[in-house]
Design a protein around this ligand. Sequence first.
Ligand code: ATP
Length: 432
Amino acid sequence: MATETSNLMEKLVSLCKRRGFIFQSSEIYGGLGSCWDYGPLGVELKNNIQRLWWQAMVREHDNIVGLDASILMHPRVWEASGHVESFADLMVDCKNCKQRFRADELSSQVCPACGGPLTEARRFNLMFKTHMGPVEDEENIIYLRPETAQGIYVNYLNVMQAYRLKLPFGIAQVGKAFRNEITTSNFIFRTREFEQMEMQFFVQPGSEDEWMEKWKAERWDFYLQLGLNKDSLRFRQHGPDELVFYAKEAWDIEYQFPFGWKEIEGIHNRTDFDLSRHAKYSGKDLSYFDEATRQRFIPYIIETSAGLTRTLLTVLVDAYDEEPERVVLHLHPRLAPIKAGVFPLVRRNGMPQRAKQIYEMLKPHFTVFYDESGSIGRRYRRMDEIGTPFGITVDSQTAQDDTVTLRDRDTMQQVRVKIDALKEELEKRIND
Ligand code: ATP
């Protein structure tokens, strides 16, 4: 049954807190605006998304390698990248209630909160500033990175030389980014601290259109692999008014959230802008010498930039469903934080002992959860609500023929499986 979209977000926030996916940061102190903590299930889910991305981007490509660059970087990086000068939103303040809004998100000339008058629009830089070392003066200003991409550009030479890479090749990175966003809402959709999964693909100028098509197709497939509903996904091309001046072409993959179609990933043709700027600002030669053509040039870059935490919200929204008897997260088994619940049907006749043995047997291979409290129906529902795809139950027949029931979360159907065959059966079903 489809869930009413109007209150879906509220229900999801409540489920995430109640079941340990996501908590508000510093909640016992009243919370910190737009910062969130990932609980036991949230961190498993986030790790699973990240691992699948790494698998799809790095492991499955011979010419893409990984990187983990520092969050704090030389301040010149952000001058070269253009962030110091122009990474800003136009914002307005309400003269009455003092709330601040993004000018491009306002539909009228008055404050949407109190109806009060607004100030003129001003530019507001989104980078968080801090100081490096003990002296807090202008010279020691340093920024928390607002994107992971620059860590890749400034390491392009190091990585290429160390790994003897030839064009085309890519560098992939997952990590935290920080933006002092003015408008934050919709749970973890737009937060001030978040994680990105970015891959920068360096290509010969002239071949970028072909690579753009290839990456658009691969990235689309990735979201299908996560099990997202195809009808809730679409591509949207940036129009001329939206396209940043250095980009030649830009596409967003968007998802239809309860609050509208929104970007989950950007795929951009960034031309030779980034490397040219870093070459200019650092004074280092960042050109590439192509031995086949004996030509020297600055490579073009196709970027695929996805939000890890935003993808996590997407898979939760997509998976949430309410049925008359239960709330269920239809998470793809590969994403599910816990793969199987293990239960004794009742707490007697040796069933708990047998179920615990099975739990111990599976534990090295899967995230499994043992539960013997409450009726079996309630235990199944608790697992459905957190998206656990399989339930394994020891019953009276187990002692006779070494079989258990294996319950499928989505169909709720049960089949009998030999205990010896459980591991293989789970592997097969998870990877199907
Ligand atoms: P938006 O228009 O939503 O602010 P953007 O175009 O600035 O996003 P990019 O700079 O292209 O976003 O960032 C790439 C990806 O990083 C986005 O598609 C999104 O998944 C993620 N992302 C960006 N900003 C945030 C944020 N504040 N919170 C969570 N994820 C974010």
